[in-house]
Design a protein around this ligand. Structure first.
Ligand code: MG
Length: 319
């Protein structure tokens, strides 16, 4: 996907906003700084423990706005419906989107529906775009500096494993749900408390390892993390072992990393601890020198491994 972006889309449309390579484009319109983003949701199955495609389509886009330091305000939604989709199923998805929009404090203000022939879609695909009011401070990969501290907002892997549990018919002793949640509240708290946040990224497809690789590449820095500081709950760890997955690459829908100055790391931990969706934040690593964009993880025994950008998709149709 990244090479498709590099070779096709980015050169075709090159501009300062796209070149920032962030979760949202932030542009000035009159006196206002506006964040704008879009994402398409093809998750399979449509319903999974802790969420469904509708909830994901709202929170995913809201979170891409939040990662640029923008308060989510308005969404659009485009639905691609396969002929024969039961109306009752669509009603449940729409009700879920309405609830998610209310929880995230956004209004769905415009939309579209298209129907495709039976067999030419897969029940329902949803595209959402979002607009938010951006803070008057740049939060993007190009602000990442050597010495920045990397804070992870919670444990990893819940969303991907919740999806896989349905696909593979796994059951767990303790209930495992997707972490799917809106992230504006902790972001807003960080900004209000004056934490100098250089960059943030939500850990969606490709998980923590992919997010760190993207930022290392776009900021042109080395990143080192302490793998033992990355929390993985018991059912996720067990399922990853069973399925041969690396939890650092498994998708999340309610977790993010924040790159903050070393002086502000304690304050950031304090602020995040006070928010339900980021109640167990941890410092997981630091930004090293400029130059080689490399992400290194130190294991519990101190043996380092390189976290590569995966060439294939580890888990297709996870969001
Ligand atoms: Mg994102």
């Amino acid at each position: 996907m990244r090479s498709l972006l590099e070779r096709l889309f980015l050169p075709a449309f090159a501009n300062q906003w796209l070149d920032a390579r962030h979760d949202s484009a932030v542009m000035r319109i009159g006196a206002e700084r506006i964040a704008f983003t879009t994402d398409t949701y093809v998750v399979s199955p449509l319903f999974f423990p802790g969420g469904d495609i509708g909830k994901l389509a709202v929170f995913g886009t809201v979170n891409d706005l939040a990662m640029a330091g923008a308060r989510p305000l308005y969404l659009s939604a485009g639905f691609i419906l396969e002929e024969g989709l039961p109306l009752a199923m669509l009603e449940i998805i729409v009700a879920s989107m309405r609830e998610a929009a209310a929880a995230a404090g956004v209004e769905l203000v415009t939309g579209d529906t298209k129907v495709v022939d039976r067999g030419k879609g897969d029940a329902v695909f949803i595209n959402t775009a979002g607009i938010g009011a951006a803070a008057d401070v740049e939060i993007s990969p190009r602000r990442v500096q050597p010495g920045d501290v990397i804070i992870l907002s919670g444990d990893v892997g819940r969303h991907g494993i919740a999806i896989m549990s349905v696909r593979k018919g796994l059951s767990f002793e303790t209930a495992l749900e997707s972490d799917c949640a809106p992230l504006w509240q902790p972001v807003s708290a960080l900004l209000q408390k004056g934490v100098d946040v250089h960059c943030m990224r939500d850990l969606t497809r490709g998980g923590l390892a992919s997010a760190l690789n993207e930022i290392a590449l776009d900021a042109g820095v080395a990143i080192a993390i302490d793998e033992s500081a990355v929390a993985v709950c018991e059912p996720v760890a067990a399922a990853c072992e069973l399925l041969g997955l690396d939890p650092l690459y498994v998708a999340n829908e309610g977790r993010f990393v924040a790159f903050v100055t070393a002086e502000h790391a304690d304050r950031a931990l304090d602020v995040l601890s006070g928010c339900t969706v980021s109640a167990q934040p941890r410092v997981i690593g630091t930004v090293g020198a400029r130059g080689d964009a490399i992400v290194e993880a130190l294991g519990a025994l101190g043996n380092p491994r390189i976290l590569d950008l995966l060439s294939g998709e580890q888990l297709p149709r996870i969001c």
